[in-house]
Design a protein around this ligand. Structure first.
Ligand SMILES: [Zn+2]
Ligand SMILES: [Zn+2]
Length: 264
C-alpha cells in the first residue's frame, strides 16, 4: 500500500509566514516504510495532531529536497521526535550537501541522534530507505542545492519535483524514471519577476511531457490559491486524460488505488 499525506500544501514565504496553507511537508508510506519529506514550519504539530496521528518514531527517514525554511523549518524537531528525543538512535536523514554546510539548517547535536546522515548528490542513488530505493534528479535551478526525488517501491515509482526554475531538459530528466505518480510544486501562476519557481504553464507542460498515471500539485503560493487549484487540476485531468489532484492540507491520497484506477 502506497499513500501520501499532505501535512501542508502551501509554499512561498507569504503563504508560509501567514500559514494560509500549512507547511508540514509530505508523509509518504510504502508498505511498512514511512518517509517524511520536507518538514517545513509546523510539521511536528501537524503530524501529531493529524487524525489518526502520524508517529515520528515509525519513520525510517526524513528527507530534504533543499534547505529553504518552507521545506526544512521543523527538521530538528522532527529528528528529535523520530529518535524519541535523541534517546533512541535510529533512522536516516538525507539532504543535499549545502544543508550540512555553514549556515546549516541541521543542528550538529541533532545529527548525532540518527543512525546515518546521508548527503544527496545530483542524479544520485539508489539510496536504500527500508523497502524503498530513492534516486535523485538533476540539480534544480533554485539558488541552493535542490534535488527532485524518485521513490521506487516494488513495481511503482512515486516522484517529487520540488521548487526550481524551468530549464530545458527538466521534463526529460523526470521522464527517464517513468514515474507512475508525479508530485509537482507549483508556486506561481505566472511569473512577473523571473523567480526560481515553475509557473502553472510550465508545470502543466512538464506533466504533459512526463505523462505519469497520477499527477499531484502542491506548494501553492497566493497567486495559485486565488485561482482555485482544484479547478485547474480538473481542467488538466480532462485535457490530458490522466488523474490530476490539487493537494490541500491533511489530504491523504491512497496512491495504490489511484494508480490501479488509472491503469484500469
Ligand atoms: Zn526553495
Ligand atoms: Zn519551496
Amino acid at each position: 500500500m502506497i499513500s501520501a499525506l499532505f501535512l501542508g500544501s502551501g509554499g512561498a514565504r507569504f503563504v508560509v509566514a501567514r500559514q494560509l496553507r500549512a507547511s508540514g511537508g509530505m508523509w509518504l508510506t510504502f508498505g511498512e516504510t514511512q518517509i517524511h519529506v520536507d518538514p517545513g514550519p509546523g510539521a511536528l504539530v501537524r503530524a501529531l495532531t493529524h487524525v489518526p496521528p502520524c508517529n515520528p518514531r515509525d519513520l525510517q527517514a526524513i528527507v530534504l529536497s533543499h534547505k529553504h525554511l518552507d521545506h526544512a523549518g521543523d527538521v530538528n524537531a522532527m529528528i528529535e521526535a523520530m529518535t524519541s528525543g535523541g534517546f533512541r538512535k535510529r533512522g536516516l536523514f538525507l539532504a543535499p550537501a549545502d544543508a550540512y554546510d555553514a549556515d546549516s539548517i541541521v543542528l550538529e547535536y541533532a545529527r548525532a541522534f540518527v543512525e546515518q546522515c546521508v548527503t544527496l548528490e545530483a542524479s544520485g542513488g539508489p539510496y536504500a530507505i527500508g523497502d524503498v530505493a530513492l534516486r535523485t534528479s538533476m540539480r534544480h535551478h533554485h539558488g541552493v542545492d535542490t534535488y527532485g526525488m524518485h521513490f521506487t517501491y516494488r513495481d511503482s515509482t512515486v516522484s517529487y519535483l520540488p521548487c526550481g526554475k524551468y530549464f530545458d531538459g527538466l521534463a526529460e530528466d523526470y521522464c527517464a524514471h517513468k514515474p507512475d505518480v508525479l508530485i509537482v510544486n507549483v508556486l506561481r501562476f505566472a511569473d512577473g519577476m523571473n523567480v526560481d519557481h515553475l509557473t502553472w504553464e510550465q508545470a502543466r507542460s512538464v506533466v504533459a511531457d512526463v505523462k505519469p498515471r497520477v499527477a499531484v500539485f502542491q506548494h501553492f503560493g497566493t497567486q495559485m490559491l486565488e485561482r482555485q487549484p482544484e479547478h485547474m487540476a480538473q481542467e488538466l485531468e480532462d485535457e490530458l486524460g490522466i488523474r490530476v489532484i490539487a493537494a490541500y492540507d491533511n489530504l491523504r491520497i491512497d496512491l495504490s488505488t489511484e494508480m490501479a484506477a488509472a491503469y484500469a
